[in-house]
Write a protein that binds this ligand. Structure first.
Ligand code: ADP
Ligand code: ZN
Ligand code: ZN
Length: 731
């Protein structure tokens, strides 16, 4: 038999199928070891056939199978082909998405633990009597085991000596057996779920998803409207039909909360997949899904590749979230992969959000998606009221602090009433810049050309892209002014100011610094939800998803921060963030309040957010996108050219540009923009960066593929070339 093998080398030169002679026990989806050139390589069997076109004398034989089971199914292979095609990556790198990375190179296996028990057929007294004189260790081991059912072999060896245990085994006094160890992530997580009766809105939404002939539904439900319960019921429904389900959440930080609810309902049927788990845990969870022991996969975006068969439903919670777009190769868009997976398996897809992306809502309005709505909060209360604090007034009134007068007043009230508050810092990119107040100079990294961040703990400036550190500036290097503004230190500075304002308040901080280790998020969120703190201060991580019943106040400290980002999505992002974080307030029996601090109280986007006017915002933003021709009314393509040498980079840019120029000239009507330039961030991690930036009309889909192929063909060892589509940022 012949196996078609993709060698596990993600390089375009070897990105093709190679035929190998295979034994009969090899079938589609197996990982195998094969001779490849002068070396051996791992590979994936993507098909088997009777005979090969290749001269049989030239065919080599598969050396061995690498696992006892196929790691990929037919439907996963089809999805991998889609990833390869759509994102222009080698097949091998598409296939790698489907397996735990440590499976490659045999770095992870099942963990087997050996146990020992006394042979129950012989009485311990007879055993000891039959021992030779002086065999105290053996006698002690028998005595020890007598009192217990079983013990780990390793521990017995350690306690009584390897020799003693071995001779007991040889005499047949001890029996050993192996057991697979369960590496369960979040073992201590409390599985928790309320038993609730569905609201009418929830039942209607569920029926709408189930009965729609459209495969894709947008579940548009305001914050606190009970979307999770809708997800759980839908999953239950498909499980009862003998199907499986995939549930995606936008961030690792949110998985424990969702996992807890899923486990409470579905027990061991739930398996979690995300990059924060240990290699062993990840492997075990993956195996449980692959073998069908677990039927529900939950995780961040990569869980879309879960090794499940017979999928009935895929749910993507907070579908608008930027984290669903992969920023490293393959640069996949989770929603598009999910759509393809649905098409292959014939399952349903539910996209849930309180603030759907412009693209998704357009598709719902145009009838491409079924639209299911939850218009009211479960608690029957209206959404929290906004109080707008105009920060220009604060400065005028001599209040230089981060906290407006209104926010302080509301905080005091909230704490006096024994409730909890969340303070949100809209920190993206430049909120920690050092700016000269006189000339506008901004301190930047020499390797990366990006603004440096000030770190209060060790009083240094640091580049978050390459980790280079610099001394704090005492005067502006451009104009000599000492009027430098260290714009906030982010959460740290807020926490220390809060401590002074409210000395008795218990404050928790959640940001990248405090959530380094695996269960960092989980611990902070649990501690806050257990009422061990009064105020939670954090960045984007506190904005999403959480359900804390005692939170009655949310403070948005710098609502403007994301409004002026050089990104066509910045209005959308700001609207989403403000709505999401406001939605954390007043979710249970008490009404919530939001204090929004801004220097731009008249900004249209903020006004829509304050009035909970999604439709208004959508119309406004959609018409801007339409008239300025930005996605979804166009396709932005950016070909990145990066090199350690500026010359090579520039030469690479020229080559790519010249390759693409004829395409542009022949199809001018499909281009809104076409030009080559330095990237806004000219150097990153010591790599010089150039780009060809393009905007295609929305019917430019077919020339898109051509652009990919032409551009990627200019990749060399010294010049990295890759293409981004509608990128999340244009750094
Ligand atoms: P969303 O995701 O829409 O913001 P959640 O799913 O977190 O909202 O639900 C908000 C709160 O309402 C949760 O505490 C949830 O347990 C509760 N809840 C949901 N559905 C019901 C229901 N039918 N009856 C009572 N409480 C509910
Ligand atoms: Zn200056
Ligand atoms: Zn740097």
């Amino acid at each position: 038999m012949i196996a078609e093998v993709i060698v596990d080398i993600a390089h375009s030169d070897v990105d093709k199928v190679f035929d190998y002679i295979a034994d009969d026990d090899i079938s589609l989806g197996f990982r195998v070891e094969v001779p490849f050139g002068r070396y051996r390589s791992e590979g994936f069997v993507v098909a088997v056939k009777e005979r090969s076109e290749v001269d049989s004398g030239k065919l080599k034989k598969i050396i061995k199978k690498l696992d006892d089971f196929p790691v990929l199914s037919e439907s996963q292979l089809r999805l991998a082909e889609f990833i390869k095609r759509e994102y222009h990556v080698p097949f091998a790198s598409a296939l790698r998405q489907f397996i735990p990375s440590d499976l490659r190179g045999g770095r992870v296996k099942e963990k087997i633990i050996s146990f020992a028990v006394l042979n129950g057929d012989i009485s311990p007294i007879d055993m000891v009597a039959s021992l030779r004189k002086g065999s105290t260790a053996q006698a002690n081991a028998i005595g020890y085991l007598k009192g217990q059912k079983r013990e780990k072999l390793a521990l017995l060896n350690e306690k009584f000596g390897r020799g003693a245990i071995r001779s007991l085994v040889e005499k047949g006094f001890i029996k050993t057996f192996d057991e697979k160890a369960d590496r369960v992530p979040y073992r201590r997580l409390e599985a928790y779920s309320k038993n609730v009766e569905l609201s009418d809105e929830q039942s209607n939404a569920i029926n709408s998803v189930l009965s729609a002939d459209k495969k894709i539904s947008l579940l548009f439900g305001v914050t606190g409207s009970g979307k999770t319960e809708v997800y759980l019921r839908l999953i239950d429904r498909y499980l009862q039909e003998g199907k499986t389900a995939i549930m995606l959440v936008p961030e690792i930080a949110l998985t424990p909360q969702m996992l807890g609810q899923l486990r409470a309902r579905f027990k061991d049927n739930v398996s979690i997949l995300h990059s924060g788990l240990s290699a062993g845990e990840r492997y075990d969870e993956w195996v449980r899904l692959r073998t069908g022991e677990a039927k529900i996969a939950i995780g961040a975006r990569s869980a879309i590749f879960a090794p499940l068969e017979n999928v009935g439903i895929i749910i993507i919670d907070e579908e608008h979230d930027g984290s669903y777009v992969a920023e490293t190769s393959p640069r996949y868009k989770t929603i598009d992969v999910a759509k393809k997976r649905c098409e292959i398996c014939g399952c349903k897809l539910v996209l849930g959000s309180a603030t759907p992306s412009i693209e998704s809502y357009s598709l719902a309005l145009s009838g491409e998606y079924n639209l299911a709505r939850l218009n009211r909060r479960i608690n029957g209360k209206s959404l929290p009221d906004f109080i707008v604090a105009d920060m220009r007034d604060e400065v005028r009134n001599g209040n230089p602090s981060i906290f407006s007068y209104r926010l302080r007043k509301e905080l005091k009230k909230c704490l006096d009433e024994g409730n909890q508050a969340i303070l949100f810092l809209n920190r993206r990119g430049f909120s920690q810049q050092v700016i000269c107040r006189d000339c506008g100079y901004v301190a930047k990294c020499e390797n990366c050309d990006l603004s440096l961040n000030y770190h209060r703990d060790n009083d240094i400036l640091k580049c978050h892209y390459c980790n280079a550190t610099y001394k704090k500036l005492s005067a502006c290097p451009e104009c000599g002014s000492i009027n430098l503004n260290y714009r906030g230190t982010g959460t740290q500075k807020i926490t220390s100011e809060l401590n002074q304002l409210f000395p008795s308040a218990r404050i928790l901080r959640m940001d990248n610094d405090t959530t380094r280790n695996k269960e960092g998020h989980f611990k902070i969120l649990k501690s806050f939800s257990d009422g061990e703190a009064d105020i939670l201060v954090g960045t984007q991580m506190v904005a999403k998803g959480h359900d804390f019943p005692s939170v009655t106040l949310v403070g948005i400290l710098d609502a403007d921060m994301s409004l002026y980002f050089p990104d066509y999505r910045c209005s959308e992002r700001t609207f989403q963030l403000v709505t999401q974080v406001a939605g954390r307030s007043g979710r249970a029996d008490k009404k919530g309040t939001v204090v929004l601090q801004t220097y731009n109280p008249d900004n249209a986007v903020l006004k829509f957010a304050i009035n909970y006017d999604y439709e208004g915002f959508f119309k406004y933003e959609n018409s801007i996108r339409k008239s300025t021709l930005f996605p979804p009314y166009s396709i932005i393509l950016r070909v990145m050219i990066e090199s350690g040498s500026d010359e090579e980079g520039l030469a690479g840019l020229k080559r790519v540009y010249e390759k693409l120029l004829p395409v542009y000239e022949k199809n001018k009507e499909k281009f809104i923009f076409f030009n080559k330039m330095k990237s806004p961030v000219k150097i990153l991690k010591n790599k010089f960066r150039y780009q060809v930036l393009m905007r295609l009309t929305s019917d430019g889909e077919e020339i898109k593929d051509r652009i990919y192929d032409l551009a990627l063909s200019e990749k060399t060892n010294k010049v990295l070339v890759y293409v981004e589509e509608n990128p999340g940022n244009l750094n």
